[in-house]
Design a protein around this ligand. Structure first.
Ligand code: ADP
Length: 499
């Protein structure tokens, strides 16, 4: 355990430098075995803010051994005591919300007021939430025969390998790490290439409380560091958030060891707005649902908005006016609503979808807001949000996950047609319906094919609300007690012959 209480470092550039060239293994900040590093770039300016340690198979080995060693005592600790330590992590992380928010802002380009600070706050809270669930690791008594006491017991799996993307690094880390640890597992987490710093800092803060080796952080690329982590014989469970393609690779590799896997993958979430919906609420819901403040970089993004023909034109006009009023700019500026796309690669991908849509027959691209005027942001990966109309549900803009600020508003005539189109997708993460009619609302909740269906609202992930998709959106649930019990423990049946 580190001895000194770390003080928050509010200068994100200084903190980014402090996090350079380090992994966190067995409670110590160490460089990669190879000593190699890779650049971490601020997407709002293209300035290099740090050089992250470039972990690979040799680092995976060291981290997994440290985690396996630590798991022996951690797994035997009284569950409430483990929970108490995890809650303590949440409490001290709460003192670091501002520094974590600033750091994640400069490595991801997410706006501090609308995104980063909110994420850092929820991050700390998830440790507090899960920390309270240690005593919920209950088993069952099974009615068998007189004199034969039969019980089930939940046990830790061992060492969990966690892999996360860049779009919400803190939130996604917490949803994996907190329940895994409370359930008695230890963790080796690999961060995303684009956003390794904040996750590392958060782990450094938590390592003041946790025994060494319980939570280890690697940075590095997918094939060189992620793949050996999944394949490592010491890893007993993999929890992954990322693209469908990589998710399938991870699933394939894990199947070779027959270990359990949780996958949170892509989405193309539908939002159905009926003719009788409260238009103001639906428009605000579309803005939240589409994650315009995060440049649409969310697997849950409500990127297919089916609007009844009777209100379609009014909906589009008012939605555009509201997005126009959102300010794009320096992500660290409190006045900014919308920051940048994460990287050149994603920027090129998003722009190519927009170009494709602009040339699609019958389509209209409504560009919203305006590019920042500030010269120091001239190289930033800013993309104006675009609302497309005149796009059919079978157009690739409505089928493929763009992971950018691109919403398709699709006109429909009748409810059956809307439901059919909403479900006509390879994904099934989330869906919403907006109506004042209770019967329609209830019917839609039964028929929409998604892991999370909401009526007249578009909440983001909430503690203790199971979150996870069906179809190509993934396997398993996160964020809840159920997620901890089902995905981070294994059940043993014990029969005692008392005769
Ligand atoms: P995204 O498009 O969101 O970057 P990816 O699926 O490519 O999604 O990446 C998500 C995470 O998966 C990242 O941490 C990345 O490094 C990791 N990753 C990429 N390829 C592999 C792989 N073959 N095995 C394990 N992890 C990988």
């Amino acid at each position: 355990m580190l001895q000194n209480r770390l003080e928050p470092v509010l200068d994100p550039r200084a903190l980014a430098r402090e996090m350079s060239n380090k992994l966190l293994i067995d409670g110590a900040m160490v460089p990669a075995v190879s000593r190699k590093t890779f650049k971490v770039v601020n997407p709002a300016t293209q300035e290099t803010v740090s050089e992250a340690a470039d972990g690979a198979a040799a680092d995976v080995d060291v981290a997994v051994s440290a985690a396996a060693k630590a798991q022996k005592a951690w797994g035997k600790m009284a569950p409430r005591e483990r929970g108490r330590l995890v809650q303590e992590c949440g409490r001290i992380l709460n003192d670091h919300v501002e520094e974590l928010a600033r750091l994640v802002t400069i490595e991801t380009g997410k706006a501090i007021r609308t995104e980063s600070r909110v994420e850092a706050g929820v991050f700390a809270d998830i440790f507090v939430f899960y920390g309270g669930l240690g005593s919920e690791l209950k088993g069952e008594t099974v009615p068998f025969k007189p004199g034969m006491l039969t019980i089930t017991q939940r046990e830790p799996i061992g060492v969990v390998g966690a892999i996360i993307p860049w779009n919400a690094p803190l939130l996604l880390m917490a949803l994996k790490v907190a329940p895994a640890m409370v359930a008695g597992n230890t963790v080796v987490l690999k961060s995303a290439e684009e956003a390794p710093l904040t996750v590392l800092r958060a782990c450094q803060i938590m390592n003041q409380v946790l025994p060494p080796g319980v939570l280890n952080i690697l940075s590095g690329d997918g094939p060189q560091c992620g793949a050996p982590l999944v394949a490592h014989k010491g890893i007993g469970k993999v929890t992954f958030t990322g693209s469908v393609e990589t998710g399938k690779l991870v699933y394939g590799a894990a199947s070779q060891k027959l270990i359990p896997v949780t996958l949170e993958l892509g989405g193309k979430s539908p939002m159905i707005v009926m003719g009788d919906a409260d238009l103001d609420k639906a428009i605000d819901g579309a803005i939240v649902g589409m994650r315009f403040t995060r440049q649409g970089q969310s697997c849950t993004a409500a990127s297919r908005i089916f609007v009844h023909e009777s209100i379609h034109d009014a909906f589009v006009k008012r939605l555009k006016a509201k997005v126009d009023a959102m300010k794009m700019g320096d992500p660290l500026d409190e006045k900014t609503d919308i920051g940048t796309i994460i990287s050149k690669q994603q920027y090129d991908k998003v722009v190519s979808y927009i170009r494709y849509g602009e040339n699609a027959p019958g389509a209209t691209a409504h560009r919203c807001s305006s590019m920042p005027a500030d010269a120091k942001l001239a190289k930033g990966y800013f993309v104006q949000p675009v609302i497309f109309t005149g796009i059919a549900n079978d157009n690739k803009l409505a089928r493929e996950e763009i992971f950018g600020p691109v919403a398709c508003v699709i006109k429909f005539k009748d409810y059956e047609e809307a439901i059919r189109q909403a479900n006509d997708t390879e994904y099934g993460l989330a869906a919403t319906i907006w109506t004042r009619d209770l019967k329609t609302a209830l019917d839609a909740t039964q028929r929409l094919e998604a892991g999370l269906v909401q009526v007249n609202q578009n909440l983001v992930v909430q503690a203790n609300m199971s979150y996870g998709g069906i179809k190509n959106s993934g396997l398993g649930k996160e964020a809840s007690l159920e997620a901890m019990l089902e995905h981070f423990t294994r059940k043993k049946t014990i029969v005692l012959n008392l005769g």
